[in-house]
Design a protein around this ligand. Structure first.
Ligand code: COA
Length: 436
């Protein structure tokens, strides 16, 4: 039996009883209230989802299964001679809840190797699309195309018992994740590198193989890929890609339908597209500020000009966090260690010395600190990935790790179909003015 399956199976009786007991004994306890502003305001901060895989602590940033980003980076097993962990180990942590041994991390990596062959019909589908189709469209389509092979849908129609729903969900998730590096790099090479496709290298780990198939010669890019995929993988359940996936899967759609829906959400400019906005902003600073040698006063002025135009400074601010995002710090440290003099990287770090003060002076943003997007594009740019449209695909590859792990556990714990209640504006007015 697959190790991950065995580990989850071992935990299930206890987890199921824990949830049943909570619901049975304390199901009526209220955890919050909801205001009209929240109903009209995108349900901001409404406590209505449950996940045990990650939690965004306003003071510390994301924790994966209780571990902070520095803890995850230092404790997860790494390929020999590298500084960044196996993504197979991260997936083990997501699904099992504990830091794996090297063997356990490698077990997941090996499962992905076994399942990694991408069917030719996926490539045919991508090739059949117009040459100017957005890479996110191609990526989403590829994931959806794989639905043909969904085990969950097949077994469900054959009469699978509810208690076993999570098993094909896990199999499907593993099958899907295994193919993502090859699909994503295929899209990149097809669109931007004259269709010169680089075959996969079975000796490499999942993330290292992605770096290889992208055609980036510098071996350091393998570690950056591991870091990037780790940092973007999960961010609680309320963000658009995670919530969409959960919502769609709650109707018992399989992971291919659910994840492709989540990817469509990720493609929006308020979500996954933000990282490319940041890089565009930095390149704009370079162009306009070129002669100023990036003096602080000139950078301050540029930041103010952006705000005065009514625009946001991309990469700064956060809906939940109130300090520098640890995912930003991890990437900053990577750049500082390996290429401190890279121009765009240096610019991104100089901007960090200026923008928080400007945002504080303006007094609007609740969080003036950088988020994960403020620097991720600068690191890709250093390695020659300059096609901004592709950045969200890499985000998507990573995000499927988190959303699929959540989908497996949602099935395992029998989470039901989502069905919140709507009201009309008249009803809200009646409630509001009656209680005023
Ligand atoms: C991340 C973000 C969407 C969070 O939004 P939020 O939770 O509504 O943030 P706040 O509550 O702090 O927003 C309060 C005000 O500050 C403004 N603000 C927040 N971050 C800002 C920024 N980086 N630059 C300028 N203004 C900003 C908001 O636009 C809002 O203005 P308004 O009252 O005129 O609508 C927001 O900070 C933002 O747009 N940042 C830039 C884009 C970005 O980096 N996105 C990636 C997120 S991971």
């Amino acid at each position: 039996m697959m190790l991950l399956k065995e580990k989850i199976e071992g935990q299930l009786p206890e987890w199921r009883e824990r949830v049943r007991k909570l619901l049975r004994e304390k199901g009526d306890v209220k955890v919050g209230e909801i205001s009209i502003a929240q109903i009209y305001g995108g349900m901001r901060d409404v406590k209505s989802l449950v996940t045990d895989i990650s939690y965004v602590d306003p003071a510390e940033g994301i924790r994966f299964r209780g571990y902070t980003i520095p803890e995850v980076l230092s404790q997860l097993p790494k390929p020999m001679g590298n500084e960044m962990p196996y993504i197979g180990g991260l997936y083990y942590l997501f699904l099992v809840g504990t830091i794996p041994t090297v063997e356990q991390a490698l077990d997941v990596e090996n499962e992905w190797k076994k399942r990694g062959k991408v069917p030719e019909y996926v490539f045919d589908t991508i090739r059949a699309m117009p040459a100017d189709a957005h890479p996110m469209t191609l990526f989403t389509l590829a994931v959806l195309t794989l639905q043909r092979d969904a085990l969950f849908s097949k077994q469900y129609h054959e009469g699978l018992k509810k208690d076993s729903y999570w098993e094909p969900m896990l199999e499907d998730s593993m099958n899907l994740i295994a193919k993502l590096p090859e699909i994503a790099s295929f899209i990149y090479r097809l669109k931007y590198k004259n269709s010169e496709i680089i075959p996969s290298d079975p000796n490499l780990d999942w993330a290292g193989n992605f770096a290889h198939m992208m055609g980036i010669i510098d071996p350091l890019y393998k570690d950056l890929s591991r870091l990037y995929f780790l940092l973007h993988s999960d961010h609680e359940s309320g963000n658009v890609s995670a919530h969409t996936t959960h919502l769609v899967a709650s109707s018992l759609s399989d992971i291919y339908y659910a994840a492709s829906a989540g990817l469509c959400g990720l493609a929006g400019p308020l979500h996954g597209l933000a990282n490319q906005e940041c890089l565009i902003w930095l390149l704009d600073v370079r162009e306009k500020c070129g002669e100023c040698s990036y003096e602080k006063s000139a950078l301050r002025q540029f930041a103010w000009d952006t705000l005065k135009r009514g625009q946001v400074i991309p990469g700064y601010g956060h809906a939940v966090l109130r300090k520098t995002d640890p995912r930003y710090t991890a990437q900053l440290e990577f750049g500082k260690k390996y290429f401190p003099n890279d121009e765009i990287f240096r610019l991104a770090s100089l901007v960090y010395d200026v923008v928080p003060d400007v945002l504080r002076e303006q007094g609007k943003a609740k969080d003036p600190w950088p988020n994960v997007d403020a620097i991720s594009g600068a690191l890709q740019y250093h390695f020659g990935i300059k096609e901004f449209d592709f950045y969200t695909v890499m985000f998507g590859v990573s995000r499927i790790l988190g959303i699929s792990a959540n989908a497996v556990w949602a099935r395992a714990l029998g989470q039901p179909i989502e069905r919140p209640k709507s009201l009309t504006t008249t009803m809200l007015e009646e409630i509001a003015y009656k209680t005023a």
